[in-house]
Ligand binder design. Structure first.
Ligand code: AHR
Length: 496
């Protein structure tokens, strides 16, 4: 490609910067399409190797990804879910029609025990989204008692009868989901009052691990929603406010996941990079009501959203995952890292077989997507200290419009420095110069994720088409790092 002028990035070695919470690298698995059933959960009797019904290949892949938390059971599904239908002997459980996603009937065979035991196996914190839209305060508080109270209560007794002695100590609780839409089409004023009511009755019992309550957040640039929640919910009742934002070509004309042109790529990246402005503006509102920064911003749904793969159920949201998705992931995670002062958790939608998945399955086969690889390359940032970066990005221009081509974030842990760089330009490589003198870095190793075409993706026939490779196109001399980023690439450098 054509060479652009060199961009100079300065990295400050400051001490008082936030830690990039590993929870920014969280995931989300809804009862939707083939996410749980015929995705994570194939059932105890499946010929596919499994542990308590969950695919072993997925358990291994997600453990290697060090997923810090997993959100469940929705999404829109959460506000239709009655958790008591998903406990006890599986053959006795009532069925349920999944009204939001394809109208399919499920048998409730994957329930609270299945999910929380899976989280234990993954070493991930569960994040339960509770039902406000069609549930009751009692149902909600019973759920907390069931999973968190050690003994001496009706729900602790029921849990023990169902074979689980110790509580799971679930910390993260979503108080409803998308309450402005599928959660009940509420006004922010009505929801803020309802939130106050529910949050009042949430108790962590004797559990030291105090509950972390997350209010259902705004859709993209609905700043009024955040304003009302911040204004009307007393601080002692809330730990986090959510935000949802998906990337797409156009909401009403999403386009194919794999067969897209540069114009569609550009539009998708525009909505993805919009995340920066959304976080800035929601944060401004939060700063106004919470200048002490005690309430966190939780981006508990984000990712690319396209048309479903041909021949699949439109309600199942099954889509392929290309280098475009790697660009969304790399750039978005850089934004979250840089905003880690306020953004303490995020959840990519969704883990398996739904939207921007990290893994796809077909029968006994599984593949890892480009998004998986980006998430894995970025694990070096988990719980590392943010190193603020400053630079002027060159433009990525298409049809007279431009976007910043480069995104960067950096962190340090135990004296080691990690830098993640993304060049979203579809055609041009970009040269970056970074002064690392203040950081005492002598040697670095690097990994790159890229491919020949933006539309490239892994298939069940060729699962390794896109996978991280060692990257050598950089120089480090006397504290000055020079990197050449190929078009649409993600590069992560780490000091030795
Ligand atoms: O992730 C798919 C859906 O997107 C979720 O169920 C909902 O919360 C959002 O609208």
């Amino acid at each position: 490609g054509t060479v652009q002028a060199q961009t100079t990035v300065s990295i400050e070695n400051k001490e008082d910067t936030p830690v990039i919470s590993k929870h920014i690298y969280g995931h989300f698995a809804e009862h939707l399409g083939r996410s749980i059933y015929d995705g994570l959960y194939v059932g105890e009797d499946s010929p596919i190797p499994n542990t308590d019904g969950v695919r072993n290949d997925l358990i291994k892949a997600l453990r290697e990804l060090q997923i810090p938390n997993l959100r469940w059971p929705g999404g829109c599904f959460a506000d239709t879910y009655h958790w008591k239908d998903g406990i006890g002997p599986k053959e006795d459980r009532p069925t349920l029609v999944n009204a939001w996603w394809g109208g399919v009937t499920e048998n409730n065979s994957f329930g609270t025990h299945d999910f929380l035991n899976l989280c234990e196996k993954l070493g991930a914190e569960p994040y339960l989204a509770a039902n406000l839209g069609s549930g009751t305060v009692e149902e909600f508080t019973d759920w907390i008692q069931y999973v968190n109270h050690s003994e001496g209560s009706p729900m602790a007794k029921l849990r023990k009868e169902n074979g689980r002695e110790e509580p799971w100590n679930v910390k993260y609780w979503g108080v409803g989901n998308e309450m402005w839409g599928c959660g009940g089409n509420m006004t922010p004023e009505f929801y803020a009052n309802l939130y106050r009511q529910y949050a009042t009755f949430m108790t962590s019992w004797e559990n030291e691990n105090n509950l972390y309550r997350i209010a259902s957040g705004a859709n993209q640039d609905d700043y009024h929603w955040t304003e009302v929640l911040m204004r009307d919910i007393p601080k002692h009742l809330i730990e986090g406010v959510a935000l949802h934002s998906y990337s797409f070509v156009e909401w009403d004309k999403k386009g194919s996941a794999t067969d897209f042109n540069e114009e569609e790529y550009f539009s998708t990246m525009k909505t993805a990079l919009w995340m920066q402005e959304l976080i800035d503006k929601h944060t401004d509102i939060m700063d106004k009501y919470d200048p002490e920064n005690e309430i966190d911003l939780i981006v508990d749904e984000w990712g690319g959203w396209y048309e479903v793969e041909e021949g699949t159920n439109p309600g199942f949201l099954y889509q392929q995952n290309t280098m475009r998705d790697a660009m969304i992931a790399g750039a978005t995670l850089n934004i979250f890292n840089n905003e880690s002062e306020r953004v303490k958790m995020a959840n990519l939608a969704q883990t398996v077989n739904v939207l921007q998945a990290v893994a796809l399955t077909e029968g006994e086969n599984m593949l890892l997507t480009p998004t998986y690889h980006v998430m894995k390359m970025y694990t070096v940032h988990h719980d590392s200290q943010l190193l603020p970066v400053d630079f002027e990005s060159p433009d990525y221009t298409y049809n007279g419009e431009s976007l910043p081509a480069i995104s960067v974030s950096a962190s340090k842990k135990d004296g080691k420095v990690a830098i993640s760089l993304v060049n979203i330009d579809a055609k041009k490589e970009n040269k970056v110069k970074i002064n690392l003198e203040a950081l005492d870095v002598e040697n670095m190793t690097a990994t790159i994720l890229t491919s020949e075409k933006l539309q490239d993706h892994n298939t069940f026939e060729n699962t390794e088409k896109i996978s991280p490779e060692q990257f050598k196109d950089f120089k480090l001399r006397k504290g000055e790092l020079q990197v050449t980023l190929p078009p649409f690439s993600v590069v992560v450098l780490e000091s030795e």
